[in-house]
Structure formats: structure tokens, C-alpha cells
Design a binder for this molecule. Structure first.
Ligand code: AGP
Length: 607
């Protein structure tokens, strides 16, 4: 979603704002802008890629040592320069950039118009500039607090005013904001990656907080001006990590990083001798989890497909009934939650609006709330009672790859944790722990067959439709493979349980309609093989993801991508990798923007 950046200090602001917007570009945007305060405010905005803004900035003398910038992902109002942020008040004194939605903007706009305010855009955000203007009497933070008390909706808001120079005022409700002050100035951003080159010591704002940031320091209050003590978080990320590491795209870097990201997810959490998983974040709730008799897992997109793998794992190895709920649906249903129901929210960004809203619903109904999160200090991380970080490191590519496999690995740890609290034996526990320990090496081995995947990508890159099929643990993998192909290559792809084909989808099969069959040598191999044969009988091309050593599959499939053998429940971590690479290579061959696919955002912070 939108990127926010602000700087105040002793350096020229424009280059710092541009660098910050570049680092936030992966979040998805369609226009951008900035205002720098020199002798007078200089506002520049542009539609399209950041390069458009950079060219405009280069032609103007954007001198000034404080300013704010924004990259917009349109929610209210067309993608136009007039609708791009920053937005100003009537006097070009107060300038705002905003991430979120002002739900009562119509009534606020009516009231402001009655007081003589004139509007130049059809965005909800512009209302905020005029509302703050209405309360401005010289101290910007006071005007912001008064204004935001009238606003309903969500916001990550950054405000600056010509008549209160050198000050950045940030307010947060549901959309993330981070602040920092180092020796050269003060910073506000919607994503730590935007300021990581200036400092790794940051402060995450909570909902309802207002920060006043200057070059010398910051204060944080609530909307009623009660001062809040804030702790400083030392970011784990080095600058290099946020770079591409020499690969052409973040997506390929992150696919190839999976042996390391899995090691990070498992580090210190496997007690192989005891056949147990050590999950420090859950320890304080171990007894409540022992009596958990139902687990609801909620997420969106790829995270919800990891959740589906977790459902099968936890039911098979811990005997707890599990249901996976699409967060956008869960939040509007009347869910039944019992006193021993646990609720697990999975989110890479920890900022997905639907997942956060589903969490709020579960909290309201008294569930024990758990989180499986990648971004440290994210909203979800601070709203659950017990959390597990998957430590996958920054995932910059919009398509979730290493986050997915580390989420599945942590869910295997959770199945082991729950199972050993119940009837899972020491022997079985050790088997799972040993298989998990071996997984990073098997992932590395799987990555070594990337060239075979690239050949398959070359062969099928012009197909206009794909099916992805699988059974049991391979069913969520089939769904994830279809999602990856769709979002990276813009080719139509559908995932199905292999058993579903006869109930309609097979009507579409012909020689131009390839099917990717995820068919490891597992407990449902024979069943899936017969589904593959039904497709073959109708001349449908078959690309099989199969276990090493399975030679018979080569007589049926047109192409075979092999993966090493492991425990059935861990196979998804291996079988997804050829599918990630297939989407990547076809996307590159079709000239797609594989790191920032059209219409998509890395973190969907609005519903
Ligand atoms: C996956 O490739 C997509 N980028 C998207 O489906 C994503 O998984 C979904 O938006 C959930 O994001 P989250 O894990 O940050 O909550």
C-alpha cells in the first residue's frame, strides 16, 4: 500500500525523501509526490513510476531541510496528479500524506465546506489537511490531535506545516508508522526499509498515538496529549539484506534464500533428542494451549494456503480440530468461539487489514490469540497474546515465497509442540524433528534443479490457461502454485484438489491446457496418478512435480520436475519450490515486473 517518508534535520530533504520512496516502492503504488519546505513550500507530484517524480524534482530547486513524501496506491479517487499526495490546506501551510481510509470524509468535507474550505481533489485524504488547518493555532501537534479525534477510519498520517518549521507530526491508527532520530535528523516512515540506511534504531507507533519528531528528538502522546513512553527497537536487518544480493530480482533472491530462511525459522526451536519443539513465545500459555480443543487459523492469500498445510499437520499429529478461515470472511461472519478455542493469525507483513480485523473479532469473543508473523514489531505482532516470528528476513518481492515455506516450517513446529503435549510419542516426535533439521539441505538440493524448471517455463510460457492439482498436503501447494503463476505472469491459472477434476474442470482440458500435478510419492500417490491419467486421456499436457526415484511417472507426464523425499507433512516445503521458480521464469520470459506485479501490493493494509 502507500509509502510514507518524512525527514527533518540539517541535510537537504529531497534526496532523502526520494531514497525512502524508492525503498518503499515494492509496497505497490500508482503515483507519488513530495513537499520540501525552503523559503516557501515546494510541492511536486507525478503519476506513474517514481522516475517521473525524480525527473520533476531534478528540474526544480527543491531546497529545504525538512519535508514529507508519499507513494500512493489509489483507494479513493482516480490515479491523477491532483489526487496524488501530499495534500495541502487552503493556505498552503499544512501538508499531509496518508495511508488508510477516512470513513467519515463526506460528513467532514461538508462541514469544512460550510466553513469556507475549498477542495482541489476527490480524495478522502485532502479532508485531513483542511481539518488540521481548522484547528491550527501555531503548534502543529495540537491541531493534529484535535483533528484526528474527529476522524473515523484508518490512518498512517504524516503532517508538516510551513508555519511550524522543522517539525514532523505523525499519527497512527491501523496503518503502520515508524519514527527515528539519529545524529543528522528525524525520520518518519511507513516501512523501516525506507530509513534503514540512516539508522537501525527505530520506534514503532501504536494505534492512537501521535509523534512529534524534530532533528533533536521526539515525543509521543495519545490523542488526549498523555505522554507515552516508547521503547527503541534495534532492527535485525542489515542494509545488504534489503538489497537483491546480486540477483536480477528480489523474487529470485528470496526463492534462493529459502535454505537460510528455513534455518532461521528452525534455529533454537528443535529439541531433537526430546522430539519436541521449543516455541518461547508460547511458553507463558503452555497450559492454556494444553487444554485447547479447537484451533482456528486465519490469514489471506499465500499465508492462508500455508495455514491449510498447518491444518492437515496439526490434525494428523496433534489430534486437534483445526479450521482455516479466510480473514475477510471471518470478520463479517458470526463465528462461534468456545472458551478453549485458540486463534492463530498468519501474516508475513503483520499489517494485512482483513487479518487484523479477524483477530480483533476473535479477541472480542475471548479466544486465546496467537500470531505467526515475519515483520518484527508489526501491528499483528503487538496485538496477539502470544507470537512466533518466522524470521524469514525482509520479503521485498510482492509474491510471497520464502515467507510461505518458513510459515509451513513453523506450523510443523506447532504441530510437534501441540502433539507432544498430547499423545504424539517420543519416537514420532524425534522423526519429525530430525526431518525438519534436514529440510534446509533438501531445499538447497531442490534449488539445484532450477535449470530444469527454466526449460519447462520456456516450453509452456505461451499457454493461456493452467490447472494445478494435488491431494492432501499437495492440495494447498497446488493452490499456491496457481496463485504464484497468476500474480507473477498474469496467466489464468486454477488450483484444484485432484479429486475435483471429474466434477467439472476436466471439461476444459485439451492439448493447449497444461496441468501441473503435484504428485510426490506419498499416501495418496496412486489416487493422484489416476487423476493424471484421466487428464492425459484427453490429451492434456502434464507437468509433474514428483519424488526422486519415481521413474514410472515419466511414462505418463510430458515433463517431470523432481524433488527429494521427506516426511509427507513436510513435502509442501519442497514441492512448492519448482512452482515458485516456474512462475518466476515464465514471468521473466514474458517481460513481467516480477517484483512488483501490476495491481498488487506487498501489504494490503486496506480491506
Ligand atoms: C502472495 O504472493 C500475495 N502477495 C498475497 O496473497 C499475500 O500472501 C497476502 O496479501 C497476505 O499477506 P500477509 O502474509 O502479509 O498478511
Amino acid at each position: 500500500m502507500c509509502g510514507i517518508i518524512g525527514y527533518t534535520g540539517d541535510k537537504q530533504a529531497a534526496p532523502i525523501l526520494l531514497e525512502g520512496l524508492r525503498r518503499e516502492a515494492y509496497r505497490g503504488y500508482d503515483s507519488s509526490g513530495m513537499v520540501v519546505f525552503g523559503t516557501s513550500p515546494k510541492l511536486v507530484r507525478a503519476v506513474g513510476k517514481l522516475e517521473e517524480l525524480e525527473q520533476k524534482v531534478a528540474t526544480l530547486s527543491m531546497d529545504g531541510i525538512f519535508g514529507i513524501g508519499h507513494s500512493r496506491w489509489a483507494t479513493h479517487g482516480e490515479v491523477t496528479e491532483v489526487n496524488a499526495h501530499p495534500h495541502a490546506d487552503c493556505k498552503s501551510n499544512v501538508f499531509v500524506v496518508h495511508n488508510g481510509i477516512v470513513e467519515n470524509y463526506r460528513e467532514l468535507r461538508t462541514k469544512l465546506k460550510e466553513k469556507g474550505h475549498a477542495f482541489s481533489s476527490d480524495t478522502d485524504t485532502e479532508i485531513l489537511a483542511h481539518l488540521i488547518e481548522h484547528f491550527f493555532e501555531g503548534k502543529l501537534e495540537e491541531a493534529v490531535r484535535k483533528a484526528m479525534r474527529l476522524v473515523r477510519g484508518t490512518y498512517g498520517l504524516l503532517v508538516a506545516a510551513a508555519q511550524d518549521p522543522g517539525k514532523l507530526v505523525a499519527a497512527r491508527l491501523s496503518s503502520p508508522l515508524v519514527i527515528a532520530v539519529n545524529g543528522t535528523g528525524g525520520f518518519v516512515a511507513s516501512d523501516p526499509a525506507a530509513i534503514i540506511t540512516h539508522t537501525k534504531k527505530v520506534v514503532f507507533l501504536e494505534d492512537g498515538e501521535v509523534a512529534t519528531v524534530t532533528a533533536d528528538g521526539f515525543t509521543v502522546t495519545d490523542l488526549e496529549n498523555n505522554v507515552k513512553d516508547k521503547e527503541i527497537t534495534e532492527l535485525e536487518w542489515s542494509v545488504e539484506e534489503a538489497q537483491k544480493g546480486g540477483r536480477p530480482h528480489f523474487m529470485l533472491k528470496e526463492i534462493e534464500e529459502q535454505p537460510e530462511s528455513l534455518q532461521n525459522a528452525l534455529r533454537g526451536r528443535l529439541l531433537v533428542e526430546e522430539g519436541k519443539a521449543k516455541l518461547g513465545g508460547l511458553e507463558p500459555f503452555a497450559e492454556r494451549l494444553r487444554s485447547t480443543d479447537r484451533l482456528i487459523i486465519t490469514a489471506m492469500g499465500t499465508a492462508s494456503l500455508a495455514a491449510m498445510v498447518g491444518e492437515y499437520m496439526i490434525e494428523e499429529y496433534a489430534g486437534i480440530p483445526v479450521e482455516v478461515e479466510n480473514a475477510a470472511e471471518f470478520r463479517y461472519r458470526k463465528p462461534v468461539i468456545g472458551k478453549n478455542t485458540a486463534f492463530l493469525a498468519i501474516s508475513q507483513s503483520g499489517e494485512t487489514a482483513d487479518t487484523l480485523a479477524a483477530l480483533a473479532e476473535a479477541k472480542e469473543k475471548g479466544a486465546l490469540t496467537l500470531g505467526l508473523i515475519n515483520v518484527i514489531g508489526s501491528t499483528l505482532a503487538r496485538q496477539v497474546q502470544a507470537g512466533i516470528y518466522n524470521h524469514a528476513g525482509p520479503e521485498i518481492g510482492v509474491a510471497s515465497t520464502k515467507a510461505f515455506t518458513s510459515q509451513v516450517a513453523v506450523l510443523a513446529l506447532l504441530a510437534l509442540f501441540f502433539g507432544r503435549q498430547r499423545s504424539l510419542s517420543l519416537v514420532q516426535g524425534r522423526r519429525i524433528a530430525e526431518a525438519l533439521s534436514a529440510l534446509p539441505g533438501l531445499v538447497q538440493k531442490t534449488l539445484e534443479s532450477a535449470s530444469a524448471v527454466e526449460k519447462v517455463a520456456e516450453k509452456y510460457k505461451d499457454a493461456s490457461d493452467f490447472f494445478f492439482i494435488g491431494r492432501k498436503y499437495s492440495y494447498p501447494v497446488a493452490l499456491e502454485g496457481a496463485l504464484k503463476l497468476k500474480e507473477i505472469t498474469y496467466i489464468h491459472a486454477e488450483g484444484y484438489g485432484a479429486g475435483e477434476m471429474k466434477h467439472g474442470p476436466i471439461a476444459l482440458i485439451d492439448e493447449k491446457f497444461p496441468t501441473v500435478a503435484v504428485v510426490p510419492s506419498d499416501s495418496v500417490y496412486e489416487k493422484t496418478l489416476s487423476n493424471i491419467q484421466e487428464i492425459k486421456a484427453r490429451r492434456g499436457p502434464i507437468i509433474a512435480v514428483a519424488s526422486e526415484g519415481n521413474n514410472e511417472i515419466e511414462e505418463i507426464a510430458d515433463d517431470v520436475l523432481y524433488i527429494p523425499k521427506t516426511l509427507e507433512m513436510l513435502t509442501p516445503i519442497l514441492s512448492v519450490i519448482p512452482l515458485q521458480l516456474l512462475a518466476y521464469y515464465i514471468g521473466v520470459k514474458k517481460g513481467r515486473d516480477v517484483d512488483k506485479p501490476r495491481n498488487l501490493a506487498k501489504s494490503v493494509t486496506v480491506e
